[in-house]
Design a protein around this ligand. Sequence first.
Ligand SMILES: [Zn+2]
Length: 271
Amino acid sequence: MLTADATLPGLASPAGQGGELHMPSTPAATSGQEGYPEDPKFLISAARRMLYREGLDSQIGGHVSLRVPGEDAFWVTPFQYFDETLPEHVSKVGFDLVVREPGTLPASPGINFHASVMQARPDVNCVVHTHARNMSVLTTTGEPFGNYYTYAGLFHDDVGYFRDDLSLTPDQEGDAIVAALGSKRVVLMSHHGSVHAGDTIERTVAEAIVFELCCGYQVAAMAVGGKPLDDATARTYRDSYIRNGFRELIWEANFRRLRRSDPDLFEAAGR
Ligand SMILES: [Zn+2]
């Protein structure tokens, strides 16, 4: 029986104007919209290593999952360090949490809410859960995520909040996280981490990376009395980042860096 991450405390478990960015007007091509031209297990492995390299170390907790197109199932990672993930470690698990195709490491027991989110949100193909440091520290202040850095605009009005409740069953916890997420893209989990829900693995991973960066800026800014940007400015940045393919560019830059930093992944994948 798979149990919720939250039951394992030790593991837990400018609208349109923004010309200053000088980015391409057409977002880079991404996989994930029409099936997955890349091997999903390789993409997940690459995603985990990008998250690690960008400072989202989550010990052995935290997972990256990717919907299997046309099936009530998802690819998902085991309990392990983010920077050791290989394609062979990734399992295919049904939304009923029955393992359909086992990886060489056991499927994680903390993935119920990944299935819950994908079932509740047909627009979501990728879920990223991390225990990253800055976001976890920010939640201890009781302050909401704010626009303390331009990139934070990407999440303006798009962050929900959740607090672990160990009295919930795994299914109940999944429902509660779905409720906290609503139609948003991020759930900030008090004293725990975050859940990111997106349409492609590239965009979702980029958002997790940027979100952690922004939480770091916010914690530092709050410590010195810094003030957030106004909402209108944040919306302007948000629209510009999305329109200009900022998230795809982040993925591609991290992928190029991964070729240099993680040759074992590319060797294992025969790439
Ligand atoms: Zn967790």
